[in-house]
Design a protein around this ligand. Structure first.
Ligand SMILES: *Cc1c(COP(=O)(O)O)cnc(C)c1O
Length: 417
């Protein structure tokens, strides 16, 4: 993927790009599909991928689908979310976490982050349940996201949701391979995506491993296999078992192709290697940038083993000589001039124009007001709003060499001069 930009001799550095295995495992699985003409529908790669993911992560069923988004959609269908229902969802995430709530005509209520994990605040979640219990409109489901591969506080979140008997969907699209340990795991490490009633993962092009696309639904409840079968049924146009085409429900065309499954199977061989490299990239930045006043890396804890999908950092209000403020925008522009890709962190969903109509609950009422300056950017006093205002994602491509990382850190450091 390294390409030369016109008039610039240095190779372009990507945030995160597809990285096929050095051994070309992916091509071997795809070739097998060609040789047996199992291009579609389904086939051995799909079945084997489902078995491999199920065994690796430790869940009762894993259903291969076209995207992570379709996996969230089917999880909501299986839970029975319908028009007019309320669904709680992390605000600090990519729009795909919440869009399927709207596909079903339900209303998202966005939950703020906590500073210590950047993910859903248990405190805010508790407040949201109290508020909606008072309104007589308890949520049908909670979607909790493990952003950038950082584990959310699953002990607290699962306990609150179980108090209200509310099913949980874990959006582990960015956290494949991240592990959590806590009271509910008896301090044993357990993969994200396997705590909630359902979990979803994504094999989109920018994720830690990719099939060029693809996603999966993890069914974690005791009746997970039954739920998985129902998901497969809905994902293949809800065709009843008759000799003719018989349909009694509305279905979807959401199943993964055997070709994509082949690529993902190949990538699965190098998942652990990719995680290790991502963690090394995070550690490199941490080591090199820790001397820059006001810059702090995304939070890490002893009870998390994060896949470090993207390394993100925060910039406090910091001034260089001459009283000039250093902004994340300026750092991004300077990196861009050196052919280095960087990005803002996700803009919270409660600040997105498409979701302005929906409620937002934070740890306290004072943090909940939205102070939108314009439609495109800017923020409010919420915790995720502040992370958005101060955050920056640094290149975390697993093909980065030490000299590339040196080059990136040199450009960032120069902003402080
Ligand atoms: C990528 C992503 C998704 C969606 O996955 P697709 O496979 O692209 O549909 C959902 N949630 C989060 C947090 C993501 O980053």
């Amino acid at each position: 993927m390294r390409s030369m930009r016109k008039g610039n001799k240095k190779p372009y550095i990507y945030l995160s790009s597809p990285h096929m295995s050095e051994e070309a495992y992916e091509q071997a699985y795809v070739k097998e599909a060609f040789d047996t003409n199992w291009i579609a529908p389904l086939g051995k790669n799909v079945n084997e991928l489902e078995r491999e993911i199920k065994e690796k992560l430790g869940t009762n069923d894993a259903v291969a689908l076209m995207t992570g988004t379709s996996a969230i959609h089917l999880a909501l269908k299986l839970i029975g979310v319908r028009r007019g229902d309320v669904v709680f969802c992390s605000s600090f995430t990519f729009a795909a976490s919440a869009n399927p709530i709207r596909y079903e005509g339900a209303a998202p209520v966005f939950i703020d982050s906590e500073e210590s994990t950047w993910n859903m605040s248990p405190e805010a979640l508790r407040r949201a349940f109290k508020k909606y219990a008072f309104l007589g409109k308890l949520p049908k489901a909670v979607i909790v996201v493990h952003l950038y591969g950082l584990c959310a506080r699953m002990d607290e979140i699962m306990e609150i949701c179980s108090q209200y008997g509310c099913p949980v969907i874990e959006d582990a699209a960015e956290s494949l391979g991240s592990r959590y340990r806590g009271a509910m795991t008896g301090q044993e490490w357990k993969y994200t995506g396997t705590f909630g009633d359902y979990g979803i993962i994504s094999f989109n092009g920018n994720k830690i491993i990719t099939g060029s696309g693809g996603g999966m639904l993890l069914c974690n409840t005791a009746d997970g296999e039954e739920k998985g079968e129902k998901a497969r049924f809905l994902a293949t146009q809800a065709r009843e078992q008759e000799r003719w085409y018989q349909h009694e429900e509305i279905g979807y065309n959401y199943r993964m192709s055997n070709i994509i499954a082949g690529i993902v199977r190949g990538q699965l061989h190098v998942l652990d290697k990719r995680i290790q490299k991502k963690q090394e990239i995070f550690q490199f930045y941490q080591e090199r940038l820790k001397y820059l006043p006001g810059l702090s890396m995304m939070p890490q804890h002893g009870w998390q083993e994060n896949n470090c999908w993207l390394t993100a950092a925060l910039l406090a209000d910091i001034f260089r000589k001459g009283n000039q403020k250093i902004t994340s925008l300026e750092i991004m522009e300077r990196l861009g001039k050196e052919s280095i890709e960087s990005r803002p962190v996700w803009k919270p969903l409660h600040l997105q124009p498409v979701f302005f109509a929906y409620d937002f609950v934070s740890e306290s009422e004072e943090l909940e007001g939205r102070h939108i300056v314009d439609d495109t950017m800017r923020s409010d006093q919420s915790i995720c709003g502040q992370i958005f205002e101060k955050g920056i994602c640094l290149p975390s491509d697993t093909k980065l060499r030490v000299e590339d990382l040196e080059r990136i850190c040199a450009v960032v450091s120069r902003c402080w001069e």
